[in-house]
Write a new protein. Sequence first.
Length: 291
Amino acid sequence: MEAMAQVKTPSQSASAQIPSPSLFERHGKDKRYFDLMAYIVSNTISGEIMAVENYSEMVPLMGSTDAKIETVKQAAEESKHIKMLASLGKRLEYPVKTEIVEPQWLKIRSYFSAAVKKKDLAACLIIQDLMTETMAIVLYRTLGRDTDPDTAQVAGLILQDELEHLSIGARRIKAMLADDPDAVHDALVWAHHKVMPELFSMISTSCHSLCAELSVDCGDIGLDSIATDIEKLRVDALDAYMETLDLVGFDHSITMPLIASMASYGVTSKADLRLRTDAPSACSTQTSNCC
């Protein structure tokens, strides 16, 4: 009986000889792609962790119970994003870090905490709901294109939350601008010079320590794996930031010098009409093409 139990049918023998498809074969992507995803998703999780901490710290500054509840909900949604992204990495079998690694996130977090200590709600909203969320929107839109189906689906779901957070921040700042435009513009200038250099420094082909912790070679994980490059990402990010500033309704006499100063970051907007003194303002909405 034992001998008979060990006899395999022809179909069973053939099946045993066929290796299961590799991760690369299943998704039609190569190792460079998954190394890139490991880096991007881990860095994105860091931003989501920072967002949870920012929203949580900002709650006591909110002026009404409804606003506090809304802010707590934003923190909860960012927590959900962390779990979604970590699960994505597990499903696609690449490593992710669920802690803040790159120092830029820690610096932005410290600037946010400094604004909280000053009880500067405008600066807090600008840092988290406008600046950080705008960069997140650019990232998730990028991850929704030319990636694998799982990544595209997760990116699309998270993107909807980030768009809502941007809308909430824009609404809040618009109301504050109507009450005290000078204070809000001062907060914008302060936050811009502190935070935007840190955010843009992370749109690069190098990192401080994350690549080493993930055991990937940052110099060999080109963004061509997702049909883009660093320059395009930086231009897209700058254009999106300009759209956000216009969406809120900041004074162009304040925002023009800020945008101009970003040339030192090594990027020039493809649609920077406001740097031309003979051109009218463009980019009136977040969905504008700004052309």
